[in-house]
Write a protein that binds this ligand. Structure first.
Ligand code: NAD
Length: 415
């Protein structure tokens, strides 16, 4: 992942001739925090856990990015994801930098009580390295609104009681009752479809009746399917960790969502669909592909088989650089992750803002604001790609790098 993100950065930096000094700053991270903290287990024993927070760059504002609870979390993963966040927030025009982190655990192995104590003790260990104007975490893989509520409570409870309410926006993605944003749950999937709508307008494509396939039917995959179906597009294939299902006549995203809710979170066993081999997924005959699960899914091994005219990256880094070369040569359009899935962090920005201002946005306002921000980012991406005669991913990176470069040029480097 780290290799991929650095290849993309170096290519964009060459394309827009990024200042040498600023390039050095952005090629490294500002700080990398590793913590080891003890937690009392339900049986009375003590375990020590490893947690990370990487803060890549904060030239544009406080660090922003998710916390992941997963056995594969390490400093390299956090570093790559933090760097991606810097480009994503810069492209979306948000007043944030990029950060990412997590704890190396498989959360399924712990009770709710243990997870709560792990979360609270991790928050305590991070101390003043996070804060509403310093670094604002959010949910990521295996973390959710409940975990964000525990972080907000722990962080604010360890501050003076008189400032308690001023600290709750140390995290976004909180439950609604704890200052969360209406619509944050669907913000990423909604943003994926907003980006597809802007693409369709540019290309003169009518989305009504177009077919699409989705990899991953979790938060992003489900909501993207929901909003695509609202536009009259037809979902014909879905792949998740349990396999791949296909139906040329269409799969009802709402019925599948209910099925997943009642079957341990997986699509397996959904009726009236044909089970196909996982390896066939990316060569399915459809108009639009939405990878919304893992990174490095489209590579040199399967890019030549893609039949879709558009790939909209809901996941972070689903296409590697070799795979992308083949897709671009074949004239397939790609909506890059830092644009296409930026609806989530944009929603987080409005949550942070509503907490800061003691306001409460309604869901229609939230979705409209996300759509507008993504529309601006889409236009900047296309204009930048045209200006530098390059692909949309590089164009999007150039927008982000130009914004950060301008800030450094205006402010200079202390002292
Ligand atoms: P999620 O945990 O809700 O869902 C993940 C889905 O991926 C599940 O359906 C799971 O079965 C599927 N999956 C897991 N392993 C798989 C495999 N080997 N093959 C096929 N499918 C597999 O996660 P999510 O929040 O929907 O996030 C999905 C992707 O989108 C991640 O890359 C994440 O970083 C990215 N993303 C999420 C958000 C957000 O707001 N949730 C924002 C930006 C980017």
């Amino acid at each position: 992942m780290y290799e991929n993100v650095m290849k993309q950065f170096n290519h964009a930096a060459d394309t827009m001739n990024l200042d040498k000094g600023i390039r050095k700053i952005l090629a490294s991270t500002n700080s990398e925090i590793s913590v080891h903290f003890p937690v009392k287990m339900d049986d009375g024993s003590i375990e020590v856990f490893n947690g990370y927070r990487v803060q890549h760059n904060n030239a544009l504002g406080p660090y922003k990015g998710g916390l992941r609870f997963h056995p594969a979390v390490d400093i390299d993963t956090a570093r790559a994801l933090a760097i991606w966040m810097t480009w994503k927030t810069a492209l979306a025009g948000l007043p944030f930098g990029g950060g990412k982190g997590g704890v190396t655990i498989d959360p399924k192995k712990y009770s709710m009580g243990e997870l709560e104590r792990i979360t609270r003790r991790f928050t305590y260990a991070l101390g003043e390295n996070i804060g509403p104007d310093v670094d604002i975490p959010a949910p990521d893989v295996n973390t959710n609104p409940q975990i964000m509520a525990w972080i907000a409570d722990t962080f604010s409870s360890t501050k003076s009681p008189s400032t308690r309410m001023l600290n709750l926006h140390v995290v976004t993605g909180k439950p609604i009752g704890s200052g969360g944003l209406k619509g944050r749950d669907r913000a990423t999937g909604y943003g994926v479809v907003s980006s597809i709508k802007y693409w369709a307008k540019l290309k003169g494509v009518n989305l009504q009746g177009k077919t699409f396939a989705v990899q991953g039917f979790g938060n992003v995959g489900y909501w993207a399917s929901h909003f695509m179906m609202e536009l009259g597009a037809k979902l014909i294939a879905v792949q998740d960790a349990s396999g791949t299902i296909f139906n040329e006549e269409g799969i009802d995203a709402e019925a599948l969502h209910n099925h997943v809710g009642n079957h341990n979170g997986v699509i397996k066993g959904f009726p009236d669909t044909q089970k196909i081999d996982n390896s066939e997924f990316y060569s399915i005959n459809c108009d639009i592909l939405i990878p919304a699960a893992l990174s490095n899914q489209i590579t040199i091994d399967n890019a030549a088989g893609v039949k879709a005219m558009l790939i909209a990256e809901g996941a972070n880094g689903p296409i590697d650089t070799e795979g992308e070369k083949i897709l671009l040569e074949r004239g397939i359009d790609i909506l890059p992750d830092i644009l296409c899935n930026a609806g989530g962090v944009t929603g987080s920005y409005y949550e942070w803002l509503q907490n800061k201002r003691s306001e409460n946005y309604n869901i229609d306002t939230v979705l409209k604001m996300i759509d507008e921000k993504l529309g601006e980012a889409f236009e900047k991406t296309v204009n930048s790609a045209n200006k530098y005669n390059t692909d949309w991913r590089t164009g999007a990176y150039c927008v982000a790098l130009e914004r950060i470069q301008q800030t450094y040029k205006e402010r200079g480097v202390f002292p």
